[in-house]
Design a protein around this ligand. Structure first.
Ligand code: 2AM
Length: 174
């Protein structure tokens, strides 16, 4: 099964992302828009792996305190468009610790550098630089858990299913 570890977005942040997507649609930017229920921040992409219970056991050992993230900009990696987050050392540390825990137990994952982003549009042929200004209303979200996700290909696009979640450990030293 195809697995990844992510922070799913909460409803208010999803609404702010939708505001950005609507502005792009109004400028006739076409492509595969990420549906609200799929919006997330990937911490580690595992890919095909047969033992999700082992992955859960491993990531449940990662301790972190809840923290806030703030989405504040729009960017593009080639044909993939994203909204980005302001610098957040706690988020970087969480991604690092998740990846470290996976590596220690020999669970494979994509080693590409962690670049926190929320994918909002894929397969777009457009260039952000050619658009009229797009406004990203800064939006904050409290991160108090992260999840092991399964990705399957549905008839109408990707379906992401949460297989388990790891809560923040209030009051416990990370
Ligand atoms: P994204 O983080 O840029 O959105 C499930 O496929 C999720 O894992 C997607 O959100 C995807 O991109 C992310 N991901 C990270 N590395 C990936 C890789 N090498 N292949 C596929 N998806 C990857």
């Amino acid at each position: 099964m195809r697995l990844f570890i992510a922070i799913p977005l909460k409803n208010e942040m999803k609404e702010r992302v939708k505001d950005v997507q609507v502005q792009l649609l109004r400028q006739h930017v076409h492509g595969n828009y990420t549906p609200s229920e799929n919006l997330h921040i990937t911490l580690a992409f595992i890919g095909e792996y047969g033992d999700p219970d082992q992955v859960l056991d491993v990531i449940e050992m990662v301790r972190f305190r809840p923290f806030t993230i703030t989405m504040d900009r729009l960017g593009q990696f080639d044909r993939l468009w994203w909204t980005g987050l302001s610098r957040c050392p706690e988020l970087d540390t969480l991604a690092h610790n998740v990846r470290y825990a996976l590596a220690e137990k020999g669970i494979p994952f994509d080693r590409k550098r962690f670049q926190p982003h929320i994918t909002i549009l894929r397969k777009s042929e457009y260039d952000l630089g050619d658009l009229k200004p797009v406004f990203v209303t800064p939006a904050s979200m409290w991160v108090d858990s992260f999840s092991l996700m399964q990705s399957t290909r549905g008839k109408n696009g990707m379906i992401y299913t949460e297989l388990g979640s790891v809560p923040a450990s209030e009051g416990v030293d990370p």
